[in-house]
Design a protein around this ligand. Structure first.
Ligand SMILES: NC(=O)c1ccc[n+]([C@@H]2O[C@H](COP(=O)([O-])OP(=O)(O)OC[C@H]3O[C@@H](n4cnc5c(N)ncnc54)[C@H](OP(=O)(O)O)[C@@H]3O)[C@@H](O)[C@H]2O)c1
Length: 349
């Protein structure tokens, strides 16, 4: 079976995705009979399309962004920019990898709309559209019979959605809580282990490339909030947005707070939590002091983890997964295969 992909964005994650895709596509063809082709790549200024499949080696030799795509002579067209390029694509699946803006949802929201109007399925690394406009996207996807996979946007290599939707299917999910942001956990770990102040640990994380050049979204809790909201909306069939979520980051945490917690036998972690209550699903993000015996307390460095509490299946904890761009890319690639599996189009195991 052939499956055509349209990639939106040509930055860090998109290029790691192309690298991983080109390394794994033969193995996927041999294992599943699934012939994946990358037929379209769109940037903000224009895009590339080749219905026979773009040459990934040539793509990877280009510099990032639209300025790089523009150098692919013969295939570049300004008319294929952004949503217009998606609308014009013959792809079956949109792989969305543009920057995240959780307040406007753009540019990913326009891309989601363009793809869903055509009934295209979506595999997303971008959180913005789902944080801003989950309800609208759900309605549009259901009306068009399209599916959306969010693993790449919800802690990527750490299985979150997969456990919540497959492993807990049919049971009553009561709550989940997670350490979902590697940068914040790295900062808190460095403070606890080596006595750095919060500012020193953040500066070190940026200098080592662990954190984004602008780490504010991570340390202020917005990235954790985005992931928690997307998971809560998908797993509880809710429609929560940022306005309904108290968000606290780690910037106010001092070394004294950490040492006081340790004296009580506790560790401070930035935790996104969603809980079913009598008045609906409550979501909150805050730095919490949890006992050393708590399964999330032992996560150190950029490690992530999530704990589900399900009525009959019980407590399930998952941790680990590569916390780097290639691991993220591989998580999106896995979502593409499972998208096809969900449709019953892969051979039975
Ligand atoms: N870093 C991680 O480990 C990680 C993990 C999970 C999820 N994510 C998410 O993955 C997404 C991509 O991150 P990144 O690090 O790859 O970002 P990035 O390096 O900044 O790349 C984003 C690319 O999108 C392009 N772009 C901007 N506006 C566009 C538009 N309107 N239409 C089409 N392309 C557009 C930009 O190029 P031009 O404007 O020049 O075309 C740029 O090449 C983000 O949403 C991020 O939150 C990242």
């Amino acid at each position: 079976m052939r499956l055509n992909l349209c990639l939106s964005g040509f930055g860090n994650i998109a290029r790691h995705f192309i690298r991983y895709f080109s390394a794994r596509r033969e193995a996927v063809l041999a294992r599943y009979g699934l012939d994946l082709r990358l037929v379209t790549v769109v940037g903000s200024q224009g895009g590339l399309h080749d219905s026979a499949g773009l040459d990934t080696a040539r793509l990877l030799a280009l510099p990032p962004g639209s300025s790089g795509l523009r150098q692919m002579s013969g295939l570049w067209s300004p008319a294929l920019a952004s949503a217009a390029g998606i609308a014009a694509s013959s792809a079956d699946v949109l792989v969305e990898a543009t920057p995240t803006d959780i307040w406007t949802g753009e540019p990913g929201l326009a891309h989601f709309r363009a793809a869903l109007e055509k009934g295209m399925d979506i595999v997303t690394f971008t959180k913005g559209p789902l944080v801003k406009s989950f309800g609208e996207i759900k309605v549009l996807a259901r009306a068009r019979g399209a599916r959306i996979k969010v693993g790449g946007a919800t802690a990527a290599a750490l299985p979150t959605m997969d456990i919540g939707s497959y492993s807990l299917a049919g049971d009553e999910l009561q709550a989940f809580e997670g350490v979902l942001n590697g940068t914040s956990n790295y900062v808190l770990s460095r403070m606890a282990a080596d006595g750095l102040t919060c500012e020193e640990a953040i500066a070190e994380a940026v200098a080592r490339g662990v954190a984004e050049p602008d780490p504010r979204l991570d340390v202020a809790g917005w990235d954790t909030a985005s992931k928690t909201i997307i998971l809560a909306n998908c797993l509880f069939d809710a429609e929560i947005n940022l306005a309904g979520v108290p968000v606290q980051g780690i910037q106010e945490i001092t070394l004294a707070d950490i040492r006081a917690a340790e004296a009580r036998g506790e560790a401070i972690k930035l935790i996104g939590k969603a809980q079913k209550t009598a008045s609906g699903v409550q979501v909150a993000v805050r730095a919490r002091s949890i006992p050393f015996a708590h399964p999330l307390a032992a996560l150190s460095g950029t490690a992530k983890g999530i704990r589900f509490i399900s009525a009959t299946l019980g407590e399930i904890v998952v941790s680990g997964g590569k916390s780097d761009p290639l691991g993220t890319a591989a998580a999106g690639f896995k979502d593409i295969i499972n998208l096809v599996r969900d449709k019953g189009l892969l051979p039975p195991v």
